[in-house]
Each structure stands twice: as structure tokens, then as C-alpha cells.
Design a binder for this molecule. Structure first.
Ligand code: M6R
Length: 608
């Protein structure tokens, strides 16, 4: 949830760390801090609020040190305050440490340390790490961190410097991402490549229970058991400009407008139009078992979960496979009982979501096969699954997930189509699907071209405090995703409902001050959705319809109609979600919300 960035080299560390923090701000943004080592002196600064506050505090200071660590925080233990911000220090202020994750036994450790005279200056769990490393230090920082790792339970990505070890940064990982960036006469470490991609595209992913010592001369990696690790570097595909606004006012809007390209990236090199079969190299390690599989469980959280819910309908339409979709946060605590040859498909943008990781680990223990649909290359989920498919969507910076949802839907469709072609779909059906998939990027551009109109619709309704989103079948998860987008960035209360449930309760809410967004493309549910809209209009509820171009009936019924091009039933979700994203975006903008960094949220949820 928080962001870590570290530098050791020959350049001044301060600007590199600040720049890195800005790239990571989307991961957490309630306080920030940095420590830069200058000989045997360490300059440490912390503030509450955004990185800009930290920048204001140190802008005029000439800090020459070339080694440093920096952190942006999303509070878990202790309110956002200067004392609770990172770096945290030991009593003598020799150790300066930053940490992502949660130390689960910190109460016990804290009590023990307090008994022997340690005075704590923060409410964080992180501070115990700083005190323990100081107590374990006898000249070797690496070793002190290793001993501390053996004493703590929980998750961490951490970085530490010591006053008497200039030019050295030690980083360690258990359950929270840490990536090392390799430069020439300089090295970096961060919780996310976005912080380093401007300086290097050569990276090494640290595994759980490993630590690394970084200097300007090189890096050494070892395990918690002090075994040296040799690991090759990987090359990151992302370009520095991927993490820039490029003229857009917000990353969310930029990412919404990138979506035609996102689909192209998801299908590029993966379609065999003549055969009507997708090619998915990443699943080849499990292909023989997968093509025989008749039971899939999709696990995910948030927006990725809603992608899974769409995927269920698509799999059921195109394959002979029965699909369950589970919130990873619930699945991990269930008593699991699978039929043989069950595949778990974990869907995650970050590949680091704690609940999703825990869910796949539990499923593995019970004998299921694991696959991932992940955006971040080299992330924990991508490494802990037997096979998978990358989204190749580039970095998603806005906390509200948009382009990755589109990418996940596209990839789920490719996977279902591939399996379906081996099970029941004809060549004609396969060719038709690939043709329709290939048309999506241009169709999406037509939806985006209505941005001004969608903005005008948002202007009409943004002051209204309660919204309903309704859909059936493929449209139901889109209703839930539309409601999630609206609530998370505009703070307007919204409910996503299966339209068939209206009579079982929610219809009581309908009144002239509750707008309903109806997902009503011309698919197999069209007539039934029209009935729902009638019922809402009879109770004088305003209706914003997302409907297929040329649907004259809907124009007579709804107050506002946002049109999408015609496509296949199971591809409509990809087009229908975009007006929902834009409606949420414009409502949030009219309400002056912090669109890319909504309150209380963080991009990557690496704690339970
Ligand atoms: O990185 P993941 O896809 O695993 O993240 C899952 C959710 O945390 C994420 O989709 C979240 O719900 C977003 N804020 C939605 O916009």
C-alpha cells in the first residue's frame, strides 16, 4: 500500500528520491519522508500529506548525499502524522528504515523491547524493526537485517541505512514487493518499477525471504539463511512516458482514453483469424491439463473480481467449463473442496493483492492448478502461478482501475475462446469472435468520441447523492463496476444490482431524485431490461441508458442515452463499461475530488 524508493550511486540522492516518490504516490499518500546519508550524517525529513509537502520542506536545502531511502505512506498502524511517517529510527538514530507491510507480532516485540528500556516514539509497527536491527547490528548491516527477519512475523518490503555504513542500502522482502534497479555506478530499489524506469530498465525481482545489499559498485543478494543468490536481470517493457500525464488532467482520464490501444496490446500476436483460435503462449506449461479441465474458480478483488464475474458468463457461453467466481478475501477462509483437475485463475492488475495471493496459496495447498491474469510483469502472483497471461497494458497509475479492466475482459474472452474451440465452438463461431474482437478498438473510439456528451450528462446529475446501476447477465457485473467507479472517486453512494432483483427490494428506493444507470445493450437480456426501465419510469426515476446505436425504443423511455456500437453479446461489457468510467470521472471532477488519489484508498492493497 505504501511506496519505497532507494538510491545509491554518485549523483545527489534527494532529487532522484523525490522524483521516485512522485511516481509512487498513487500507492499511498497520507504522509511521506526520506533519509539521505552524507558521510556519517543522515538528513531525515518527514511530513504529513502529499509528496509536494515534503518537497516544499526540503526544496531549498542543499543535501549532497548520494545514498538515500524514501517512503510514501498509507497508514495501517497509527494515524497519518509526522511521528508515524517513515523513515523510522532506533533510539540512537543510527538506523533509518522504511517499510511496507504489517509486522503481526509487533505488540509482543514492542513489549519486550520496552521492558528492556527502549523508548518508542511512534505508534507504528515499523518502529520495532528499526530497534531490532540496531540491537542486532555488530558492524554488518546485512546480518543485522537477517537476524531481525528471523524475529518478525508478518509481511515486509523494507529498506534500511546505517549512520556508520555510508554508501550501503540493505533491502529485504517477505510478502511485499521489492525490485532492484541496476544502473551504471548506481543502483536503485523500489516497491514498483515506476519509481526507477526513468533511470534504468534492468531489474531484478527479490523473492520472499531474500535480502540484498546495494552499493554504487554492485549488489549482492542472499537468502534469510545467508545463502548467496545469483539472479539474472530482466528488462522492463515500460517507457518513462507511460508514467507521464501527456497533457491529460488526470491519469484516470488518460488511461480511459488509452483503452483502444489497451485492447490492441491484449490481442497483439494472439489471434489466428483464419483458424478462429487465439494463441496464448503463457498457458502452454499447463495446456494438456487445462484443455481437459471442467471446473474453474476465478479469484480476485475489486474491479478484477467484476472482470471475473463477466468471465463466468463468457466461459459458460463459449466452453463446457463450469465457473465459480469468488472474492479472494472470502475464498481464502473457505473450506475448499475441488473436483480433480480444477484450475484457479487469479486476476490482478498489480499481482500483489494480499487477499488474492493468500487465496491462491490456499488453493495450491488443496491441490488445484494455478493460473494468473496479471498486468505487472514479475509480480508475486505471476511468479506463484504455474502459467498465465499478461495484460501488457503498461502502468495503470490512477487508483481507480479502468484500462486494466478492459484488458482483463479481453484476455478472459481469448482464454474462453481458445478452450471453447477445443470443446464445442465451430470454426465459423471462432472466426466471428476474432473478427468482433479485432473491431473493438475502433468501436471503443466511437464511445470515447461522446466524452463531451457524457460530461453534460454527468453535469445534470452529479449533485444527486444516491445512484443505482442495473444490468442483467453480462450487464450485471458492469453495473457493479460502474457503481464502484462512481463511489470510489466521487464519493457518491451507488449500488450495482442485478435488474431481476429490483422487485425483491431495491425498487423501494426509486424516486425522482435517484438516477439509475441502465446497462441495456441489444443482447439477449434487452427486452427484460426494457421492462425494468418501464418500472423505474413509472415511479418517476430518472434513467441514463447505455444502449446500442439505433435503439429507438430506449430513446423514447430513458432520460439520457449513451450509445455504444453493436457487437456480440459477450463483448458488450467491454463497450458498456466505458461510459460508466467517464460518468464517474466527470462527476468526480465536478465535485472537485482528488480523482487519481481518492481518500482512504491506495493502488495496491498488499495488506489484508
Ligand atoms: O491489483 P488488483 O487488480 O489485484 O487490485 C484489486 C482491487 O484492489 C482494485 O481493483 C480496486 O478495487 C480498484 N480501486 C478499483 O478501481
Amino acid at each position: 500500500m505504501c511506496g519505497i524508493v532507494c538510491y545509491v550511486g554518485k549523483k545527489k540522492a534527494k532529487p532522484i528520491l523525490l522524483e521516485g516518490l512522485k511516481r509512487l504516490e498513487y500507492r499511498g499518500y497520507d504522509s511521506a519522508g526520506l533519509a539521505v546519508q552524507d558521510g556519517n550524517h543522515i538528513h531525515c525529513f518527514r511530513t504529513t500529506g502529499k509528496i509536494i509537502e515534503l518537497e516544499k520542506k526540503i526544496n531549498d536545502l542543499d543535501i549532497c548525499g548520494t545514498t538515500g531511502i524514501a517512503h510514501t505512506r498509507w497508514a495501517t498502524h497509527g494515524e497519518p502524522s509526522e511521528a508515524n511517517a517513515h523513515p523510522q529510527m532506533d533510539q540512537d538514530e543510527n538506523i533509518f528504515l522504511i517499510h511496507n507491510g504489517i509486522i503481526e507480532n509487533y505488540h509482543t516485540l514492542k513489549k519486550r523491547l520496552e521492558k528492556s528500556g527502549t523508548v518508542f516514539r511512534s505508534e507504528t509497527d515499523t518502529e520495532v524493526l528499526a530497534h531490532l536491527i540496531a540491537l542486532n547490528f555488530d558492524g554488518n548491516l546485512d546480518e543485522a537485517v537477517r537476524k531481525t527477519m528471523a524475529q518478525v512475523e508478518g509481511t515486509f518490503g523494507l529498506a534500511v541505512i546505517h549512520r556508520h555504513k555510508p554508501g550501503e542500502v540493505v533491502v529485504a522482502r517477505r510478502g511485499s514487493p521489492l525490485i532492484i534497479g541496476i544502473g551504471k555506478d548506481e543502483n536503485f530499489a523500489a516497491s514498483d518499477v515506476a519509481a526507477m524506469v526513468r533511470y534504468t530498465n534492468k531489474v531484478i525481482h527479490l523473492n520472499d525471504n531474500e535480502l540484498a545489499s546495494l552499493s554504487d559498485e554492485g549488489i549482492t543478494i542472499s537468502t534469510a539463511q545467508a545463502k548467496t543468490v545469483e539472479r539474472a536481470t530482466e528488462t522492463v517493457e515500460w517507457q518513462p512516458e507511460d508514467a507521464e500525464l501527456n497533457g491529460f488532467p488526470h491519469f484516470m482520464l488518460k488511461e480511459i482514453f488509452e483503452q483502444p490501444e489497451t485492447i490492441r496490446n491484449a490481442i497483439r500476436g494472439r489471434l489466428e483469424p483464419g483458424e478462429g483460435v487465439p494463441k496464448l503462449g503463457g498457458i502452454m506449461p499447463v495446456w494438456e491439463k487445462l484443455k481437459e479441465c471442467r471446473h474453474v474458480v476465478i479469484v480476485a478483488c475489486g474491479t478484477s473480481y467484476y472482470a471475473g464475474c463477466v468471465g463466468r458468463y463468457t466461459f459458460e457461453k463459449l466452453t463446457e467449463i463450469g465457473v465459480e467466481v469468488e472474492l479472494a478475501s472470502e475464498f481464502r477462509y473457505r473450506k475448499l473442496n475441488f473436483p480433480p483437475n480444477t484450475f484457479i485463475i487469479a486476476i490482478s492488475q498489480s499481482g500483489e493483492t494480499a487477499d488474492t495471493l493468500a487465496a491462491i496459496r490456499e488453493a495450491k495447498r488443496k491441490g488445484a492448478h494455478l493460473m494468473g491474469i496479471v498486468n505487472v510483469v514479475g509480480s508475486s502472483i505471476s511468479r506463484e502461478t504455474e502459467a498465465g497471461i499478461y495484460c501488457h497494458a503498461g502502468p495503470e497509475i490512477g487508483v481507480a482501475s479502468t484500462k486494466i479492466f478492459i484488458s482483463q475482459l479481453t484476455i478472459l474472452t481469448l482464454l474462453a475462446l481458445l478452450l471453447g474451440r477445443h470443446q464445442k465452438l465451430s470454426l465459423t463461431e471462432g472466426v466471428e469472435a476474432i473478427k468482433a474482437l479485432s473491431a473493438l478498438p475502433d468501436q471503443l473510439k466511437r464511445v470515447l468520441a461522446q466524452d463531451n456528451y457524457i460530461q453534460a450528462v454527468a453535469e445534470k446529475y452529479y449533485r444527486w447523492n444516491n445512484w443505482l446501476f442495473l444490468g442483467r447477465k453480462y450487464g450485471y457485473p458492469i453495473a457493479m463496476e460502474g457503481a464502484l467507479k462512481l463511489k470510489e472517486i466521487s464519493y457518491i453512494h451507488a449500488e450495482g444490482y442485478a435488474a431481476g432483483e429490483m422487485k425483491h427490494g431495491p425498487i423501494a428506493l426509486i424516486n425522482p431524485e435517484m438516477p439509475t444507470v441502465a446497462i441495456v445493450p441489444k443482447d439477449s437480456m434487452h427486452e427484460k431490461m426494457l421492462n425494468n426501465i418501464h418500472e423505474i419510469k413509472s415511479r418517476r426515476g430518472p434513467v441514463i441508458a447505455i444502449a446500442t446505436e439505433g435503439d429507438e425504443k430506449i430513446k423514447e423511455m430513458a432520460d439520457d442515452v449513451i450509445e455504444i456500437p453493436q457487437t456480440l453479446d459477450y463483448l458488450y461489457p467491454i463497450l458498456c463499461v466505458v461510459p460508466c468510467q467517464l460518468l464517474a470521472y466527470h462527476c468526480a471532477r465536478f465535485l472537485n475530488r482528488e480523482i487519481d488519489k481518492p481518500r482512504n484508498l491506495a493502488k495496491s492493497v498488499t495488506v489484508e
